[in-house]
Design a protein around this ligand. Structure first.
Ligand code: ACM
Ligand code: ZN
Length: 525
């Protein structure tokens, strides 16, 4: 029996058995061949050295190989087995697609753009055997791959809890590993403003700090910890993060919340509220009645000045302007807001919200940007060019697509990673509620059946959201994100007909070994 095992082992390690590949997200097409290529220090990475992006991709691959396998590949050396990066504009398919060919003599990644090369490298990294002993044999294969959706997003709320720059970078690395390309950075909240704005120093002096934080679940607790909490990102750090993300072909979409979820702003600048305050940065979770005043001109002056700096820092086409959960109580009683309604012939406070968002949209359009907002921006009429993030189910997304507006799907039922991963909640870290197991994320189909073929084109993609009321640490943030990010990756990348949860689960068995090695705090299935 032992001999048989040894025989099978040798047979398998000789590459005579084609081991099924365990790439996540599952590529569009894989055909496996026989044999393997051995990656070693004798392999050179070959690429057009005049292309800085390719040089950066090679450097990142070397960093990975060095950290986890102790090898560094030489660059552009002659007469060695090669791993080639080849740009070819005439390759058919998506700009983000790639063709990866592994034969015993060479590996070639071909793509239209550096992004495609980058994604080919991510697949290649997942083709290295997980067992850490022995040579890095890459099974021979031909992979022809491209994403299903253009917006492959993951969000992080840094308002409720602050996460250090080092963690943001690791978060971005993890996104890149699964070919996600949009980091939605939720930077401002009732409980903390996290972005340095030169024209408004009180945003970092006052708005970024709260006196204390509720202990336990806000729905059940009246206990506070008595410990001041805060933090913010300097503009220098933001630029560094935006560049770090760009090097990984990830766009950072900043979110500046308005008109609700802005109590922290009012704490520093009470003149921007309807009542004039005083206000305090919130110390518990939930929706606050105090919002930015839509009647006062100062509010728009403030937001435009802030957005000027935001646009300087973030080159993204989209700027997220929030728009969710804005109670209308204050506006109903505010003479300035009521005057604005009257002067502009608006019907009610919902139309006032629409006026607010449309005015901000015009301003951002004048700076060459487009707005995206939560689905509440549909109320009172959508701003003309706004894109919608559908979070209260999929209804908002359907309605927006029918109105020919672009949509990102992020329904709470399938893509809120702050929800529990088990029904045995007592065995899990405290969470906001809900139940969102891996399989439920995996089952998500971003294109609603209700849409015609023409309307479906408005679905740009989907995104996982990570609200952090109950996520106080980096370790717990990873726990909530992993492994659900892997399922999300297949939702947004893999062709619909290729998705299969049983097969995914098998590949995940391999992936957990990798994640353990990478030092990622994933939830064990
Ligand atoms: C949201 O979850 N309030 C967008
Ligand atoms: Zn007002």
């Amino acid at each position: 029996m032992r001999k048989l095992f040894l025989f099978l082992f040798l047979f398998a390690s000789a590459g005579l058995f084609a081991q099924p590949l365990a790439i996540i997200p599952q590529p569009s097409q894989i055909s496996q061949g026989e044999g393997s290529f051995t990656l070693s220090q004798a392999t050179t990475i070959s690429f057009d050295a005049t292309k800085p992006e390719l040089k950066s991709i090679a450097a990142q691959l070397n960093e990975h190989l060095n950290k986890f396998y102790g090898i560094t590949l030489p660059l552009n050396e002659k007469s060695k087995p090669t791993l080639s990066f080849r740009l070819n504009k005439s390759l058919p398919g998506s700009d983000e697609g790639y063709l990866l060919k592994v034969d015993p003599k060479e590996i070639v990644i071909t793509a239209k753009t550096p992004a495609g090369i980058f994604y080919g490298v991510q697949s290649l990294k997942q083709m290295i055997p997980v067992s850490q002993n022995g040579p890095l044999t890459i099974p021979c294969a031909e992979i022809n791959d491209q994403p299903r959706f253009a917006w492959r997003g993951l969000h992080l709320d840094v308002g409720r809890h602050y996460f250090p720059v080092s963690f943001i970078k690791k978060y971005i690395d993890n996104m890149a590993m699964y070919k996600l390309n949009t980091f939605h950075w939720h930077l401002t909240e009732d409980q903390g403003w996290r972005l340095e704005i030169n024209q408004y120093p009180k945003l970092t002096e006052i708005s970024s700090w709260r006196d204390e934080t509720v202990v336990g679940h806000a729905g059940r607790s009246k206990t506070y910890d008595g410990v001041g909490y805060g933090g913010f990102y300097t503009q220098k750090q933001v630029k560094e993060i935006v560049q770090y993300a760009a090097d990984r072909f990830i766009t950072v979409v900043p979110e500046i919340e308005m008109p609700g979820h802005s109590v922290s702003v009012l704490a520093a600048y009470p003149e921007l509220g309807c009542t004039g305050g005083p206000y305090n940065v919130m110390t518990t979770w939930g929706v606050h009645k105090d919002v930015l005043c839509a009647g006062k001109e100062e509010t728009f002056k403030f937001l435009q000045n802030v957005l000027d700096e935001v646009c300087e820092l973030f080159p993204s086409k989209f700027i997220h302007i929030g728009g969710d959960e804005c109670p209308k109580d204050r506006w109903k009683e505010c003479p300035d807001c009521q005057k604005r309604i009257k002067d502009n012939g608006l019907k009610d406070e919902h139309e006032l919200q629409s006026y607010f968002i449309t005015r901000i949209e015009k301003y951002l359009n004048s700076k060459g940007r487009q707005i995206i907002g939560w689905d509440e921006i549909l109320e009172g009429g959508l701003a003309p060019g706004a894109s919608v993030m559908s979070w209260r189910g999929i209804k908002g997304g359907i309605e927006a697509a029918k109105q020919k507006h672009n949509v990102v799907m992020t329904p709470g039922s399938h893509l809120y990673f702050d929800h529990y991963q088990s029904k045995e909640t007592e065995k899990e870290p405290l969470a906001i509620g809900g139940y969102l197991p891996l399989e439920q994320v995996y089952s998500y189909e971003p294109i609603p059946e209700e849409l015609s073929a023409d309307e479906q084109k408005y679905i740009m993609g989907a995104q996982g959201n990570v609200w952090t009321e109950y996520i106080p640490s980096t370790k717990q943030a990873e726990y909530m994100v992993f492994p659900r990010i892997c399922a999300l990756a297949e939702v947004v990348w893999t062709p619909k007909e290729k998705k299969n949860f049983t097969d995914f689960s098998k590949r995940m068995d391999t992936e957990y070994v990798r994640l353990y090695r990478y030092g990622v705090n994933y939830r064990k299935p």
